[in-house]
Design a binder for this molecule. Sequence first.
Ligand code: SAH
Length: 402
Amino acid sequence: MDPIFSPPLHRQRHQFVIDFVKRNKPQKVLDLGCSECTLLKQLRFHREMQLLVGLDIDGATLKKKMHGLAPMSTDYLQPSDDQLRIELYQGSVTQRDARLRGFDLVTSIELIEHLTLADVDRFSEVVFGYMAPVAVIVSTPNYEFNHLFPERTGYRHHDHKFEWSRAEFKSWALKVCLDYGYEVEFTGVGDPPAGQEERVGFCSQIGVFRRLRGRAVCNMLFCDEDEFSYTLLYSKNYPSLHDNKILQRVLVTEVLSGAETLRRKWAEETTGDRDAADGRAEACGAAMRILAEHPEVEDGELSWTDGRGQQESCELRRCVSVPLAVLWSRCPKVRGLGGSLSNLRQLLMDHPDVTLSQDGSAVLLNDQEQEEEHDELEDSGYAEARVCSLSVEPEENWDANV
Ligand code: SAH
């Protein structure tokens, strides 16, 4: 039946929910009768989403499809600022479970027609009376549309227990509103042929329910009971910067690339300094500004070190010292992720990929390329002036000053 619609009807139903989510930005969404999790997969891309839950009585289908909800590699490469958790439960919408209360939106797409009418009453009580979400979207076939499919007899699916006319759907929906304190708006997807809108209506009829203010209180009646009748089959926290390990990994990448950029600029500009005629004089000025912008950072702090002044070791490891204070002020991403300068230092301190100076105020970068350049400078007699040992004195309360 779907191919007569473009896009197919099942996509139009899901798109209806997605559009609602875009407009209303619910943070906790529950999809009842989620089946192959197609709708959940699309909803996970919405940044505002914090909790996405699916429920279906068919545990085998959930188990087969649930891995499609796992984070993708891009989710790990670019972890979100927000937290998203996805859960899947096996259970029946006719039973209560305290974990599924307090949602912003509950969707029931082409589900109720699979229930007996007695179970539809239980569904109404569980969803509107017990779960009591802020909004509910219910879609179900519109029986009046069926005569437009002459080759088809009976209901649209062998498992359907009923298919309602618009009047029957309306009568059920209005009773729900009265019993549980909601208001409803009727709409649908799957347009009828031109001129038959009034007579036939949409192929899938949809009710959008919104809880009336103050009515949530009546649901406090259920508060004492902690019922857990569903089986949790899947739960996954998406990569998020709220996870300290992930934050640290992203921060280290940003710090190392930021420090490397600064080192390059500095190297270029110090070279340009001694040879303004080669066209790099401008770059040199920029480099000096990097340092001058931060009064507490002396020019010498972004500097060569050959370790000779620091250690007696015979291993002469040369590196560039990039003060965290300079990184902090030059790299907005580092600032955004670090939260505070002392937090930044804390997060970098124990990371194996980062070497901090003794007082923890600077990142030390090994630099082979610079070392080679430096060898050339030494040969030409420049080295004396350029190379200095890592002379960053531990500043008193250095990060409080920034
Ligand atoms: N919402 C999905 C699938 C609809 S098919 C979509 O939009 O594509 C109906 C689904 O409801 C099936 O997956 C079926 O297993 C599920 N279902 C039927 N009775 C149920 C019940 N009592 N409780 C929960 N899910 C039920």
